[in-house]
Design a binder for this molecule. Structure first.
Ligand SMILES: [Zn+2]
Length: 434
């Protein structure tokens, strides 16, 4: 192994205490989303740290995006460190928000306690540990290879957990991610030793059925919208769900169960709303004249979004042809196109080579069942050379007692730093027999 590589790996190992402290500091800023708290605080913390490392920084508020207000402004940070010569730019993008705490914790969710090599807290693996690892990777890289070409960027972005509109989507729209400025993007989400190439697509729609109100003791005088919706669900069970299960994909989606088309029924509401707070009486007897369902369809690279929509409309048309007085409305409300970076893309081969060098195992290539900020980088930023790779166990995300292993973060910092060496100094990606 080259001397510089060896020196680099030793630098990372020597930074263990610093890495732990940095991760703890980030966890202790409770950036809960919703509503989107303490974004400014965490950006200022990162600003101070990255400025000291020689990065030029910008704090950017995503004015007017969903959730942005004077009370809960959507702040983001983008930091850039130029090398001595022209070259390509490698960008590490981490979201700074965390999801609600939920029940079942035995540790302080914002304490950042270090116990037996694990740091506990909401956001530990998803994904403040990944953010910390990318910063340590860059710092150790800069100490060993100060004379690099191109640039390193590190961003901390808002709102990934609620769609990323006030975060990466906004930055893409403002030109922070574009192929002229940034050539390689790594999102340090918790995939541990695996390279995540992309995600399935999303299609959400609202389905409404209509009826006619009448007295509940004489339902034959009305028309029940909930029974109509029942017929829709029966048709979904009979034809749609089996059809979705039969659509398999070549995308390496994990877990395996998601290697097909899926659909979740997010909600159904029909008839009177639940009693208002303070009212404890019985509801009045009426036939429901309206019922609404929200469906969440996840689709594959092999499927077309127009086909996905037509398939759902087909279910409704079939029910309509068979059922007297059936009327419905169908409204698409949200969609994301599936994306999968090519396995031969430079960021993929470089990170994969670095994982092999550090762990001595060939990395697995995977695709996420759900989406993350890569969707915006792909569609708005027009950038295909993007992956998710970072420390931590994906299953722990959003769970009680979420934690990150310090050893995972150290490995990941080594991988990210070696990838910088390959892309910005021409250091070979593969292990040189060291
Ligand atoms: Zn995440």
């Amino acid at each position: 192994m080259g001397d510089k590589r060896k020196a680099f790996l030793q630098r990372v190992a020597a930074k263990e205490g610093d890495l732990v402290a940095l991760t703890q500091d980030l966890i202790r800023i409770p950036t809960l989303n919703p509503p989107g708290e303490f974004y400014r605080d965490i950006c200022e913390y990162l600003d101070k740290r990255l400025k000291a490392d020689g990065f030029a920084t910008e704090l950017i508020r995503a004015h007017g995006t969903p959730g942005d207000s004077e009370k809960y402004p959507r702040w983001n940070i983008v930091a850039r460190r130029e090398g001595g010569r022209a070259g390509e730019c490698v960008h590490f993008n981490s979201h700074i928000d965390v999801v609600t705490i939920g029940q079942g914790w035995t540790r302080d969710p914002f304490g950042g306690e270090l116990i037996n090599g694990r740091i506990y807290g909401r956001g530990a693996c998803d994904m403040k540990g990944g953010l910390a690892a990318s910063i340590i990777a860059a710092e150790a890289f800069l100490e060993v290879w100060p004379d690099f070409s191109g640039a390193i960027e590190i961003s901390g972005t808002a709102d990934e957990e609620t769609g990323g509109f006030g975060g990466v989507a906004y930055l893409c729209e403002q030109g922070y991610f574009n192929p002229e400025k940034v050539q390689h993007v790594v999102i340090p989400e918790p995939f541990k030793d695996r390279v995540c190439l992309g995600h399935r697509g999303v299609f959400w729609a609202e389905i409404e059925t209509f009826g006619r109100i009448a007295h509940g003791s004489m339902p034959f005088l009305g028309d029940c919208a909930v029974r109509h919706m029942g017929a829709v669900m029966a048709e979904m069970e009979a034809s749609l769900f089996p059809a979705l299960a039969a659509k398999r994909t070549d995308m390496p989606v994990i877990p395996e169960g998601a290697r097909q088309s899926t659909m979740n029924i997010n909600s159904i509401h029909g008839g009177q709303a639940e009693p208002e707070a303070g009212f404890t009486g019985l509801p009045s007897p009426v036939v429901p004249d309206h019922c609404k369902m929200i469906v969440d369809r996840r689709f594959l690279l092999e499927e077309d979004i127009a086909e996905v929509e037509a398939e759902l409309r087909g279910v409704l048309e079939k029910v309509k042809s068979e059922r007297p007085d059936f009327s419905y409305a169908f409204t698409p409300i949200h969609s994301v196109i599936p994306t999968m970076t090519d396995k031969t893309a430079p960021v993929v081969t470089t990170i994969a080579g670095a994982i092999e060098a550090v762990t001595r195992k060939k990395p697995e290539f995977v695709v996420s069942p759900g989406t993350y900020d890569q969707k915006h980088i792909d569609r708005i930023g027009r950038m295909k050379n993007c992956i998710a790779y970072g420390p931590g166990i994906l299953d722990l995300a959003h769970q009680p007692d979420e934690y990150i292993e310090v050893s995972d973060m150290l490995d990941s910092a080594k991988v990210m730093g070696l990838a910088l060496a390959t892309l910005l100094t021409g250091e070979p990606a593969a292990n040189q027999g060291g």
